[in-house]
Structure formats: structure tokens, C-alpha cells
Design a protein around this ligand. Structure first.
Ligand code: ADP
Length: 182
């Protein structure tokens, strides 16, 4: 090609980083045989829950529905997680759960959230080492806006350590669209 090594090397490095070529030290560069589509899929499947999770906003089981509504507004989130003891996941409260409770003729300061939440073991969760695609699939299949990230904390007990929401997935999607260099 009548090009010097110095000219070729940066281009080969870029193609290697993008996954089109494989570099074998002291041997040379080889075509990986992967299409741009395959590389994009591999990249998407490499996104992990542990790198994208955000902070969960939690309330206690005995918190009143009124206080939970205030927390939802103040913390600017769409889902609250209900815990007992040391961050042990016991329930989920969505906007509609709280709206439904507010529509009845109840004294909202007296009703505890444990009465209106969706409770364990009916909560769809994910783990730190799940892929983001798996967490998004869980949200789609179960038609919920978020999944708590949990780790095992004993017999049938789960500690809540994060959350993945539809906003998380939108953020990852935007990052992919803006940064991908395949
Ligand atoms: P919204 O109430 O705004 O539609 P969701 O779709 O997230 O929000 O919630 C719908 C129902 O599913 C609610 O009753 C809620 O308690 C429940 N829910 C929310 N997240 C989960 C989850 N991860 N696992 C199981 N149930 C959930």
C-alpha cells in the first residue's frame, strides 16, 4: 500500500479498539470477522446493572401513605421501595398505588404503606451482575417502571442496593447513540 508503519498503526489501533481487527503481539493484525451489527450487539450486552444503577429511595413499612406521597414529590422519583429493618426489601409503591390509596375515604396520615404496596415475593428484582438488557426485559415483560437491585441477605431476605428505571435505560440509549464509534 506504500504506507509507512507509523501511518498505518493509529488506524489499525482504531480498528482493533472497535473490534474489527484482533491484534496478536509480535504476530500481526487479523480480521475478526465481526460485522458492525454484531459488535453493536456485543457492546449493548456488555452494559451491566452495576455500572448504571441509581440510588433507591426507601421508606419504612410503618410510614404513612401521606408521608410516602411527600417523599415521592421531594425526592422526585416515580417509585418508592418499602423496607423493614436493615434495608430488607419488603414492598414497592408506584404512583398509582398511592393515587389509589388517596382516592378512598381514608385518613392518609393513619394508613401505613404496608397496606397498599405490592409486596414480596411478588416483586421483580435484578442483581448487580445482571446485564442492563436483562433488567430492561424484566421491566417490559412485567410492565413496571423500575426494578430494585438486590443482593441476598439471608433466608428469603433481600437487601436493596439500587434501582434500574426506564430513565436509566433511556440514559444508556442516549449514551450509545451519542458515543458509539463502531
Ligand atoms: P404506575 O403505577 O405509575 O403505572 P408501575 O407500572 O411501576 O407504575 O407499577 C404498576 C404496579 O406494579 C404497581 O401496583 C406497583 O406496586 C407494581 N410494581 C412496580 N414495580 C414493581 C416491580 N419491580 N415488581 C413487581 N411489581 C411492581
Amino acid at each position: 500500500m506504500h504506507l509507512t508503519r507509523a501511518t498505518l498503526r493509529p488506524d489499525l489501533a482504531i480498528l482493533t479498539m472497535a473490534g474489527f481487527l484482533e491484534a496478536r503481539p509480535r504476530v500481526g493484525y487479523f480480521y475478526s470477522g465481526k460485522s458492525a451489527n454484531q459488535l453493536l450487539i456485543e457492546h449493548i450486552q456488555s452494559l451491566m446493572v452495576k455500572d448504571y444503577k441509581s440510588r433507591p429511595v426507601v421508606v419504612q413499612e410503618k410510614t404513612s401513605v401521606y408521608d410516602a406521597i411527600c417523599t415521592m414529590f421531594l425526592e422526585d422519583v416515580g417509585t418508592l421501595y418499602v423496607v423493614k429493618g436493615q434495608n430488607r426489601l419488603s414492598g414497592v409503591l408506584s404512583r398509582k398505588d398511592l393515587l389509589k390509596a388517596a382516592m378512598g375515604n381514608h385518613e392518609l396520615t393513619a394508613v401505613p404503606v404496608s397496606v397498599v404496596m405490592t409486596r414480596m415475593p411478588n416483586i421483580v428484582t435484578c442483581k448487580l451482575d445482571d446485564t442492563l438488557v436483562h433488567a430492561a426485559g424484566q421491566m417490559m415483560r412485567h410492565q413496571v417502571d423500575s426494578v430494585p437491585v438486590v443482593r441476598i441477605a439471608g433466608d428469603e431476605e433481600w437487601e436493596i442496593i439500587g434501582r434500574i428505571t426506564k430513565t436509566t435505560i433511556a440514559r444508556a440509549f442516549v449514551e450509545l447513540g451519542e458515543n458509539i464509534s463502531i
